[in-house]
Write a protein that binds this ligand. Structure first.
Ligand SMILES: [Zn+2]
Length: 425
């Protein structure tokens, strides 16, 4: 199945104009994962659908007025974030049918495809784009969505893309970014939101699953609306690429290329960094949770590492609010090294400052790990080991020594301070 379903392509007589119709998300039970219960128990209010407008949205909905206005506000906030991200202001009001209870909608008031999607607990965006030659001269999307679980936000990202770029991109990108939009709830002071704020079930599902490979996510012929599990993987990949500075600078132009139908592909963009992305992707899946920051945990691929000897001391500064950082030392399995530290840090804004020895609970302890290049030429990590304030340690493997201040991976942002580490043989 093609990534975009073309239902009709008609050439209007006499003019080089053609019209494309396509749908994103015929999601049957997309979020079925334990998220269905809410409406069932509500004493369902009998509200006929009414219209609500804001700058960028027109919604027809049977939500109570206060909830409808609240939804409009959230949609507007999200639109600021996504239009800033893609650098393109929204050109046309996005029209949405948002359904709380289908019983409130008279027969025939919803498009049959929209009705089907809503009845199955999801949403769909139907788009019509009119081209003259390769140029879009008109684009209009209509969203049909259940009111719950961020479905209107997800669909509104598709509608924004379709109306402003004429397409929503390949499935992995289109659905991954729509899920990102759904999770982008706060407008930051500058730039885009960076911390993980997805639904709990996404984290639980990914944590208990075998990681899906990048190649499977990006290159398999997956279709929109296939399964909520696939949406989790697409979100995870897009989140990593959009928020990890090692990859973010290439991700935006890649996305714009995909949206504007220019020659662009994941493999072309990231082929030369395939090993690094695979490593950081698996690392992200292992450690992420609500609040995790890919920018703080990005891997340092640039710093040069050197072998230690009896006359060479290597000095590094390790920040409390970052993930693994380069010690600059190449170590050898089984060899003992000496180290000392200077400085204090904190593992939350209201914690006491501690040295690299850490607190009694083991937070704030200086810990190390060795980055290994294995026989298959892939990166992997040794077991983590404790260093503390000063002393000796034995390297558990041969490779590059990385250090960090021990704290929960998703709670690094509020840490402060740094420690200087000296290592000799
Ligand atoms: Zn979607």
């Amino acid at each position: 199945m093609e990534r975009i379903n073309i239902f009709n392509r008609s050439i209007i007589a006499g003019a080089l104009v053609f019209v494309l119709f396509f749908m994103s998300d015929s999601v049957s039970g997309l979020y079925a994962q334990g998220k269905r219960s809410k409406n069932a128990n509500d004493a369902s209010e009998q509200l006929s659908p009414a219209d609500y407008r804001s700058k960028n949205f027109l919604i027809h909905t049977d939500l109570p007025p206060a909830e409808a206005r609240d939804l409009l506000e959230r949609l507007e906030k999200m639109l600021v974030i996504i239009s800033t991200y893609w650098g393109s202001p929204n050109r046309r009001v996005i029209e949405c049918y948002v359904v709380k209870d289908l019983a409130n909608w008279p027969p025939g008031s919803l498009h049959p495809a929209g009705l089907r999607s809503v009845a199955s607990g999801g949403g769909v965006t139907m788009s019509q784009t009119t081209y003259r030659g390769r140029q879009i001269i008109a684009a209009k999307s209509i969203v049909y969505a259940t009111s719950s679980r961020g479905t209107p936000q997800h669909e509104a990202v598709h509608a924004y893309c379709a109306q402003n770029f004429g397409r929503t991109g390949p499935v992995w990108y289109s659905e991954g970014m729509a899920e990102m939009g759904n999770n982008w709830k706060v407008v930051p002071k500058k730039g885009q939101p960076l911390s993980v704020s997805c639904e709990r079930y996404v984290i639980d599902y990914i944590k208990r699953s075998e990681p899906k490979s990048l190649n499977e996510i990006v290159n398999s012929r997956e279709t929109t609306g296939d399964s909520w599990q696939n949406y989790c993987w697409r979100w995870a990949l897009c989140h990593l690429l959009a928020t990890n500075p090692n990859y973010a600078a290439r991700f935006r132009p890649l996305g714009l290329g995909l949206l504007m139908n220019k020659p662009a592909s994941f493999n072309q963009t990231y082929g030369s960094m395939a090993r690094e992305i695979s490593f950081e992707y698996l690392f992200f899946l292992k450690h992420f949770d609500q609040g995790y920051r890919c920018d703080l945990c990005q891997w340092d691929w640039k710093t040069k590492f050197r072998k230690l000897n009896s006359t060479r001391t290597l000095i590094s500064k390790i920040e409390a609010n970052e993930g693994w950082q380069a010690s600059r030392a190449l170590v050898e399995a089984g060899t003992e090294y000496q180290f000392s530290t200077d400085g204090e840090w904190k593992t939350s804004s209201d914690a006491e400052s501690v040295t690299a020895k850490g607190s009694d609970e083991g937070l704030g302890t200086l810990v190390g790990v060795v980055l290994i290049e294995n026989e298959d030429n892939e990166y992997e990590l040794s077991e983590e080991f404790e260093l503390g304030e000063s002393g000796r340690f034995q390297a558990p493997a041969s490779g590059k020594l990385f250090l960090r201040c021990r704290d929960d991976w998703h709670e690094l942002a509020d840490n402060s301070g740094k420690v200087t580490v000296k290592i000799t043989e």
